[in-house]
Design a protein around this ligand. Structure first.
Ligand SMILES: C[S@@+](CC[C@H](N)C(=O)[O-])C[C@H]1O[C@@H](n2cnc3c(N)ncnc32)[C@H](O)[C@@H]1O
Length: 199
């Protein structure tokens, strides 16, 4: 299931890409890759981050439920897959790196609040299932304890009624109790959670 809104606002993304601190996001993710990396960008939308990363690694796929967002991807080297984090159509242990930039909090859009816990757990299982034994999951999110994070949360949930789920860094980290994790501060309102698999 998807938030149908992204199909309607895909045209805005060249502007959003311009405003976004995409180089900071890119640099934080690139540190965890090498030229042989097989990577999945979950909720990668129009490819703002994948376009920067594509020449540094072996292969990258964007998984996104919005057809119109995927249509805006320019690079022919980026593979596209229409689909959602709840049910990822890849075999177990496929990727060296899976990352989500500004998408994790959207995974509960289109679900009632009573379903959120179950959906989040389902997404987490999927994100981990498709990682290779020494793979990494990186999640870049807005900190909902910061001023800007609070404004974004207010906009998405109170105005747009999207049912987004925001976390502060420790809150997101607590979802991954069985894994080795590390919080990287990106700026005053964004952070990246690194989740290490050793299975
Ligand atoms: C704010 S955009 C971010 C796009 C991209 N990561 C970027 O940084 O430009 C959020 C993206 O999450 C996607 N999305 C929403 N629900 C999703 C789900 N359940 N699974 C995967 N992606 C989802 C949307 O379609 C949209 O492209």
């Amino acid at each position: 299931m998807a938030n149908p809104y992204f199909d309607k606002i895909a045209w805005l993304y060249p502007i959003i890409g311009f405003l976004r601190i995409k180089n900071k996001f890119y640099k934080n993710i690139k540190k965890f890759t090498n030229p042989d990396s097989i990577v999945l960008d979950v909720g990668g939308g129009t490819g703002i981050i994948a376009e920067l990363l594509v020449n540094d690694i072996k292969e990258i796929t964007i998984l996104d439920p919005s057809k119109n967002m995927l249509k805006k991807i320019k690079s022919k080297k980026i593979k596209k897959l229409l689909g959602s984090a709840e049910n990822i159509k890849f075999k177990d242990k496929t990727f060296d790196l899976v990352y989500c930039v500004d998408s994790f909090h959207h995974f509960t859009n289109s679900y009632e609040k009573s379903e959120h816990k179950r959906i989040i757990q389902k997404c987490l299982r999927e994100l981990i299932r498709i990682l290779k034994p020494k793979g990494k999951l990186l999640i870049i999110e807005f900190d909902n304890k910061s001023k800007i994070g609070k404004i974004i949360e207010y906009f998405e949930n109170r105005i747009m009624k999207w049912h987004s789920n925001f976390y502060n860094p420790e809150g997101l980290e607590s979802l991954f109790k069985n894994y080795k994790t590390k919080i990287h501060k990106i700026n005053t309102y964004c952070y990246m959670l690194e989740v290490n698999l050793n299975h």
